[in-house]
Design a binder for this molecule. Structure first.
Ligand code: GLN
Length: 484
């Protein structure tokens, strides 16, 4: 079946004329129609536009002007602005917002010929680890619809895992690409901070946010990243480091690769089943010629606490623009300006977003700035130093992406602190600005598990090479949930 194929296989099918992009798009649209009522992975489906884009892609393929993603049906997380299409960020605040321009990621992928099927569901303003805080209702995990898919890019992860699209975009501020990829059994890459432009990507915490690709395989992720990465003058933190050819080094040998295992990532908080799967994956790397070293990231214990000061601080500032005046939700019949602000924001934001705004304004307030915000920034530097020292000894760092497999729907809904704690293995990467990938390894009791590989700055090509070599020697990325 077409939907079982990877991007690479689909591209070959399109080139050989086995099927057209229009046929492919119709096939996926039919699947979305049939399966997404239950899964809730899409907020908006842009069927007509997709068929039009597919026709254009077919013409490009016929003219011999196609690249590796031309004609491939993808979905964008609803955090990316899409010209003329609703862009809600999972919030009531932006339920009525149609973006007047495209995010850089969206226009780059469109220029490469990828076809947009629609916009995926997510935690409100990307704040969460379960995809339950969306104004549009929770996303369900196709491996067990009683479980969450992870978050905040849960809609994108589910859409790829349930084969409702060939690949998708996500964003990762503290794990939101890697953790849902892990919980849904797909491959997801968070690039180095600055590698992918944040222009048109609705801001959560600007010094941590980074967009990236999610797909079945590392090879697919390489093709998507190729289209997404590169300097953009409209994002002042965009890097002009040259973009390498990510697929050119996928097959390189990993003989002699030095892998670091941080003791702190395998401590008492790690589920035994997840530990076993991750250790088995590391064994496979050994058999491919990698060397394993025990390392330490001593400030891991401070990661969650400092992240949950820095991220809310930045969010409280970024979300101050939603005031009911310029765009977004506005309350009915305000009596004065203060009433307009108060009621528009009270009605427009959900509980988790409000919690973050309150924490953020508190830690930035004059009396508490030094005690919380400044302290967290100092810890952030210590975390970066931990990684710098580790990368003097090893090439990459491996560990679990998440301490457990996906939790039950509702299990964390009233317990934000345990939700925050579950981000322990992913937030450090963002605090340091490093790239990381999650790839599927052996499931535990039928639920997917992700191996996280963290690399040094701008080492995406190496991460993709290492992930690809694993996938050439295992089949976990080929597993599909039943019933889809
Ligand atoms: N779970 C983390 C948070 O809620 C990360 C979210 C993200 O990466 N967008 O902040």
């Amino acid at each position: 079946m077409m939907h079982e194929k990877s991007v690479t296989e689909l591209a070959a099918g399109l080139r050989s004329g086995e099927f057209s992009s229009v046929e492919l798009v119709e096939h996926y649209l039919e699947r979305i129609e049939r399966l997404d009522g239950e899964l809730n992975s899409f907020i908006t489906v842009t069927a007509e536009q997709a068929i039009e884009q597919a026709r254009a892609a077919d013409a490009r393929i016929a003219a011999g002007d196609a690249g590796p993603v031309t004609g491939i049906p993808i979905a964008h997380k609803d955090i990316y602005c899409t010209n003329g299409v609703k862009t809600s960020c999972g919030s009531r605040m932006l339920d009525n917002f149609t973006a007047p321009y495209d995010a850089n990621v969206v226009s780059r992928l469109r220029d490469a010929g990828a076809v947009m099927l629609g916009k995926t569901n997510m935690d409100e303003f990307a704040m969460g680890s379960t995809s339950e805080s969306s104004f549009y209702g929770p996303v369900k995990n196709p491996w067990n619809t009683g479980r969450v898919p992870g978050g905040s890019s849960g809609g994108s992860a589910v859409a790829v895992a349930a084969r409702l699209c060939a690949a998708a975009t996500g964003t990762d501020t503290g794990g939101s690409i890697r953790q849902p990829a892990s919980h849904c059994g797909i491959t997801g890459l968070k690039p180095t901070y600055g590698r992918v432009s944040r222009y048109g990507m609705i801001a959560y915490a600007s010094s941590l946010d980074q967009g990236g690709p999610m797909a079945q395989t590392a090879e697919d992720v390489a093709f998507l990243l190729q289209a997404m990465a590169g300097f953009d003058e409209r994002d002042s933190t965009s890097s002009d480091t040259p973009v390498p050819d990510y697929s050119a080094t996928l097959e390189d040998s990993i003989e002699g690769l030095k892998i670091g295992l941080p003791g702190e990532y395998f401590d008492a908080g790690l589920d035994e089943g997840v530990r076993k799967s991750v250790e088995e994956a590391v064994e496979l790397y050994k058999s491919l010629g990698a060397e394993i070293r025990e390392i330490s990231l001593p400030n891991t214990g401070l990661a969650v606490a400092s992240y949950y000061v820095v991220a809310p601080a930045e969010c409280s500032s970024n979300l101050s623009r939603y005031d009911g005046v310029r765009f977004g939700h506005r309350c009915d019949d305000p009596v004065d300006l203060e009433d307009l602000y108060k009621r528009s924001r009270s009605e427009g934001f959900g509980a988790e977003v409000k919690r973050r705004i309150m924490i953020g304004t508190y830690v930035l307030s004059a009396g508490y700035y030094d005690a919380f915000y400044l302290k967290a920034q100092k810890i952030r530097q210590l975390i970066s130093d931990d990684f710098r020292k580790a990368f003097e000894q090893v090439d990459v760092i491996m560990g679990p992406a998440s301490p457990t497999t996906a939790v039950a729907l509702g299990e964390m809904a009233d317990d934000p602190v345990s939700m925050y704690l579950s981000d322990v293995y992913t937030v450090m990467t963002n605090m340091a600005g490093l790239p990381g990938i999650s790839i599927p390894v052996a499931p535990v009791e039928g639920m997917p598990v992700g191996l996280q590989i963290t690399g040094n700055y701008f080492d995406e090509a190496r991460l993709l090479n290492i992930a690809h070599r694993f996938q050439q020697n295992s089949d976990w990325h080929r597993l599909m949930p039943e019933g889809v």
